[in-house]
Every structure is written in C-alpha cells, then in structure tokens.
Write a protein that binds this ligand. Structure first.
Ligand SMILES: N[C@@H](CCC(=O)N[C@@H](CS)C(=O)NCC(=O)O)C(=O)O
Length: 90
C-alpha cells in the first residue's frame, strides 16, 4: 500500500508524523507543501484537506487530516504487519 504524506518541512505536526513513520520503519512518499508561499491554500490541496493545514495522509482508500489520527493509523498498520510476519513464522 502506498502511503503519501503531504507535509511541511518546518511543521511540528508534520514532524511528529515523520517520526512515527521512522519509528515503525514504514515507507512513505513525500509530498512537500510549502507553507511560506501558501501552498496549503491551493485548490487542489484543499480537496484533500479543507482545513488548509499539514499534514495530510493519503492512502488508496482514505484521507486522514489530523496528525494524531495519522499516528493511530500508523500504529495499527505496523501492528498488522508484525502480526502477519509472526503468522508466516509459524
Ligand atoms: N490539528 C492539526 C494541526 C495542523 C497544523 O496546525 N499545521 C500547521 C503547521 S504546524 C499548518 O499547516 N498551518 C498552516 C498555515 O500556517 O497556514 C493536526 O494535528 O494535524
């Protein structure tokens, strides 16, 4: 599953999600939003996140717009991967 993260380089909420990905060793695709030039207000981005903020997590099936909810998603995804690996070892 491809995980695309729309994030800002100096955004603390984006940082906590990037740390979450790193901790769980999950691959993700970076899509930087330049907050200083107002890319968060771009009509294309607003279709993903009408709140005009970063981060936004996009998967093939869902869009998540709150950093704490993205972290919950990352935890669940990681737990599922660990469980699948354990089953394959039996
Ligand atoms: N509750 C949101 C807050 C996100 C947020 O406030 N992001 C800031 C950057 S840290 C932002 O995008 N601000 C847009 C702006 O400055 O116009 C979350 O946790 O994801």
């Amino acid at each position: 599953m491809t995980l695309i993260l729309y994030h800002g380089s100096s955004s603390v909420y984006s940082s906590k999600v990037r740390i979450g990905f790193a901790e769980k060793r999950l691959d993700w695709v970076s899509h930087l939003i330049n907050l200083t030039v107002g890319e968060q207000n771009d009509p294309t981005y607003l279709k993903l996140n009408p709140n005009r903020v970063v981060p936004t997590q996009v998967t093939p099936t869902q869009i998540i717009v709150e950093s704490s909810v993205i972290l919950e998603f990352i935890d669940e995804l990681s737990a599922r991967k660990i469980s699948k690996k354990s089953r394959n070892l039996v």
